[in-house]
Design a protein around this ligand. Sequence first.
Ligand code: PLP
Length: 238
Amino acid sequence: MTTIERNLQQVHERLKQACTLAGRDVNAVALLAVSKTFDADAVCLALDAGQHAFGENYVQEGTEKIETLRRLRPGVALQWHCIGPLQSNKTRPVAERFDWVQSVDRLKIAQRLSEQRPADLPDLQICLQVNVDGGANKSGVEPEALAELALAVSRLPRLKLRGLMCIPEPVPDFETQRDLFMRAKGLFDQLNAQGLVLDTLSMGMSDDLEAAVAAGSTMVRVGRGVFGSRPAKVTSGA
Ligand SMILES: *Cc1c(COP(=O)(O)O)cnc(C)c1O
């Protein structure tokens, strides 16, 4: 058994326990394997172990990996999620190659993705990144501006608004972490009550997926827990 295969088993075991504790169905929480900084071979190993959805932060690294995987595994349906901050001049390769973008936090980005999404591809699946813990220079739409953005994005052609994504600052204790995730869950429920139809609440990473599942996460994004530790600092913003 490869290390990645064993890691995936462990993550699924953690998800199962977290769902049991929360009284939730384990099938209600999807696993996104965050492959940033790891090469195409690592993705292949995860794929061989049954993982089909992958997250990338950097546009160039992600698009290159998508092309490489198409060569290495022709005909295999992979699902690629862009989860890193997007600049408006870098939206085109994302619109042309990814299946999901989880890091939309302003209308201009969504408009460009909508215009640039090729008509022969399925709708680009969108999550709005929301800033739940108020860090001033963090990405993510402020909760006060979320409803208006969500409504506007939901009306754009070739995009399908699926839900919310958040990345709260790490905090040491479970309760505080869960409370932060509960804010995202509250916003998610509010939008659904206002008539949007959202099914995806993307929250929880290697160190806090239990708290996220307790708060209602439907998708956890796990990097190190699947692929092992990353190099200390990643500077490439491309
Ligand atoms: C890197 C990253 C992850 C995964 O983080 P790990 O701590 O390695 O699990 C999840 N979401 C986003 C947005 C990331 O940038």
